[in-house]
Design a protein. Structure first.
Lengths: 468, 208
């Protein structure tokens, strides 16, 4: 008999009951909550006289619509302000720990879970946010849910689930210098397409994934949903365990070692069989950039804007033509020749300390090109404090970047950080959908180092072009 | 949720693929704390365009949306379902759907009809030729039909979702009946309590 995949182990370990003719009821170990997808769920509880079953397994933070202005500036948008207040009120009423704007632990929900050590191997983790897949980097089953499901988890600490199929994505070998975790996942999403992972949980494997830091693995798992997969996974190894050691959410001493021993079991068996397999050679990878309006519309940074003439399928031709029009691009244009108006370094994909260090290394001693607005938005207060302790803020500010308060910021156009119609942005975020960063805005997804180099040259660029 | 058995209405063809949930309801609308009123935000980036299909007079009042492949991918926002239903849609017909969107739809009683790309294309042609065509979606028989034209196709729905739609069941109510099983599981659960990690003000407790 074939061995068991990591996904199957995580699933089996959380089955509350598996009645015939009904979905399996899975137990949820950690429920992360934010202001946008929770108010209607709390309302539903109140309407039905229900309580939160396990407030002690529930953690809330304000992230999506907090302004990233200095804390002294009040939240000016009354609708946003109300939503933030409602989160605080709901958490107080139902006994849930919450990190409001300004709190020492506040930040993007997918940044704070791992950094506080509350995201742990072997867990089931959900959040009303599709990028919950991020936490799969720890060998935990983590996926995004809708508001009705948020209400369901609040009330029962369980979710009815259908088992997904399994897919392994193996990246063999080590990538060339200058290729980051973001480039790896852009390559994968480009290969799978926006629907290629639908119905699957992806396990990322191979020496290129093993060589990544936890932060790099989070970047990869984060964008699983952009290929349609609800969850991404990376097996637990010593990198996972060393990342967690000493964090607030994990035990100390012998208790940590015994937890670590248990965590080491969260790997796929050597003879496990996946429903689908994809292998990429790391040596073939290069820095990538999206040119269009979905995250699978990826080309090499060295490449050119594709032409609808190059595709045969009528539907795809139509999609390409529409994307070119929205993005105001001409087929055959070299990506490196395209000027930008805005550069955004941040989001749950790329706002962690290693991302900021890499970007600062490129920016150090240079100046943001005149006419370009460049923002650096740390993923959390802890990341911001760490970066300031290392002097990264000084490097960014000296180079002409804005150094801002933590939040989702310009990833999604829900707070004051938005693009104006027609503006073109190099963004380290995860979605380049029409209007994602503000109505009429044009988003190109890139890695932190490409974003930093682009800010300095005023057009899409790689770090080597930024001459010291 | 109200039981859904048979939906009858006119359809509107949205001939676009990869309509993600950011297009269905832009994020600016997500700041609201209410569950109603999202219909005004449906496809709001496109609705200023008088040629946009929803603005064409022959499609006003349609209750069935026909779309291209990969409808509802991207963000988990259930607001996308609320917006479609608040606007008046009761069923979406497309060749494929985003997974989270599909789940969210089932929770709200929005019927997801997945047909082959060829069948969707057929139906779009029928509707464009004759926008007044009555379309009937039958959740019990799992069929979609244009009776006047003799066009009929079957679609698949997992039996559980089908039953939920037909009965109008509330998932939470069903799961709460499993209290015994939940409590038994919980007794063996290793999920660490956050009470041990944070104090009442959310500060990390001193370690050791």
């Amino acid at each position: 008999m074939a061995g068991t995949t990591l996904y199957e182990k995580l699933w089996a370990g959380h089955v509350v009951t598996a009645p015939e003719d009904e979905p399996t009821l899975l137990y949820i170990d950690l429920h992360l909550v934010h202001e946008v997808t929770s108010p209607q769920a709390f309302d539903g509880l109140r309407l039905n006289g229900r309580r939160v079953r396990r407030p002690d397994l529930t953690l809330a933070t304000a992230d999506h619509n907090v302004p990233t202005d200095p804390l002294s500036v009040a939240v000016s948008d009354p609708i946003s302000r109300r939503q933030l207040e409602v989160l605080d009120e709901n958490c107080a009423e139902f006994g849930i720990t919450v990190f409001p704007r300004g709190h020492e632990n506040q930040g993007i929900v997918h940044v704070i879970g791992p950094e506080l050590g509350v995201t742990q191997p072997g867990m089931t983790i959900v959040c009303g946010d599709s990028h919950t897949s991020t936490h799969g980097a720890f060998g935990s089953l983590a996926f995004g849910i809708g508001t009705s499901e948020v209400e369901h988890v609040l009330a029962t600490q369980t979710l009815p689930q259908q088992k997904a199929r399994t897919m392994s994505v193996t990246v063999e070998g080590l990538p060339p210098a200058g290729v980051s975790a973001k480039d790896i996942v852009l390559a994968i999403v480009g290969r799978l397409g926006t629907g290629g992972g639908a119905g699957y949980v992806i396990e990322y494997r191979g020496s290129a994934i093993e060589a990544l830091s936890m932060e790099g693995r989070m970047t990869v798992c984060n964008m699983s949903i952009e290929a349609g997969a609800r969850a991404g996974l990376v097996a637990v190894d010593e990198t996972t365990i060393e990342y967690l050691r000493g964090r607030p959410g994990v035990p100390d001493g012998d208790a940590f070692e015994s937890a670590a021993d248990r965590w080491r079991s969260f790997v796929s068996d050597d003879d496990a069989v996946f429903d689908k397999e994809l292998t990429l050679q790391a040596a073939d990878l290069v820095p990538y950039i999206t040119w269009g309006t979905n995250p699978a519309q990826v080309v090499a940074l060295d490449g050119v804007v594709p032409s609808p003439e190059d595709v045969a399928d009528a539907d795809e031709k139509n999609t390409l033509t529409r994307a070119l029009a929205y993005m105001d691009l001409t087929p055959g244009t070299a990506l490196r020749s395209i000027p930008v108006d805005v550069v955004f370094i941040g989001s749950c994909t790329n706002s962690r300390i290693e991302d900021l260090r890499a970007a600062a290394e490129v920016a150090r001693g240079h100046q943001v090109r005149e006419g370009v607005r460049a923002l650096v938005v740390p993923g959390s207060r802890r990341v911001k404090n760490q970066a300031e302790a290392e002097g990264l803020d000084q490097i960014f500010v000296a180079a002409g970047f804005e150094w801002r308060e933590p939040g989702c910021s310009m990833c999604l156009g829900m707070n004051p950080d938005i693009l104006s119609p027609g503006q073109r942005c190099a963004s380290t975020s995860n979605r380049n959908f029409e209007g994602r960063q503000g109505r009429g805005g044009r988003t190109h997804l890139v890695s932190p180092v490409v974003a930093a180099a682009t800010a300095i040259l005023g057009r899409f660029a790689s770090p080597e072009e930024v001459v010291a | 949720m109200k039981p859904v058995r048979i939906l009858e209405g006119r359809a509107v063809p949205l001939e676009r693929s990869d309509v993600d949930t950011d297009q269905i309801i832009p994020s600016d609308w997500l700041k609201r704390v209410e569950r109603t009123g999202f219909g005004r935000g449906l496809f709001s980036e496109w609705r200023d365009d008088t040629n946009f299909v929803l603005n064409q007079p022959q499609y006003v009042g349609a209750t069935i949306l026909i779309a291209g492949p990969r409808f509802g991918t991207g963000s988990s926002r259930e607001h996308a379902v609320w917006a479609l239903m608040d606007y008046g849609f009761a069923a979406i017909i497309a060749p494929s759907f985003g997974d989270i969107f599909r789940n969210n739809s089932a929770k709200q009683g929005l019927v997801i009809v997945q047909l082959s790309p060829e069948d969707v294309e057929d139906l779009i042609v029928l509707v464009k030729n004759e926008p007044t065509t009555l379309i009937v979606v039958d959740v019990e028989r799992l069929s979609v039909e244009a009776p006047e034209l003799g066009w009929r196709r079957q679609f698949a729905l997992d039996p559980i979702t089908q039953e939920r739609l037909l009965e109008g069941w509330d998932d939470i109510g069903i799961s709460l009946r499993r209290e015994g099983a939940i409590a038994r599981y919980e007794a063996t659960s290793l999920a660490p309590s956050l009470r041990d990690v944070f104090d009442d003000a959310g500060h990390a407790r001193a370690r050791g």
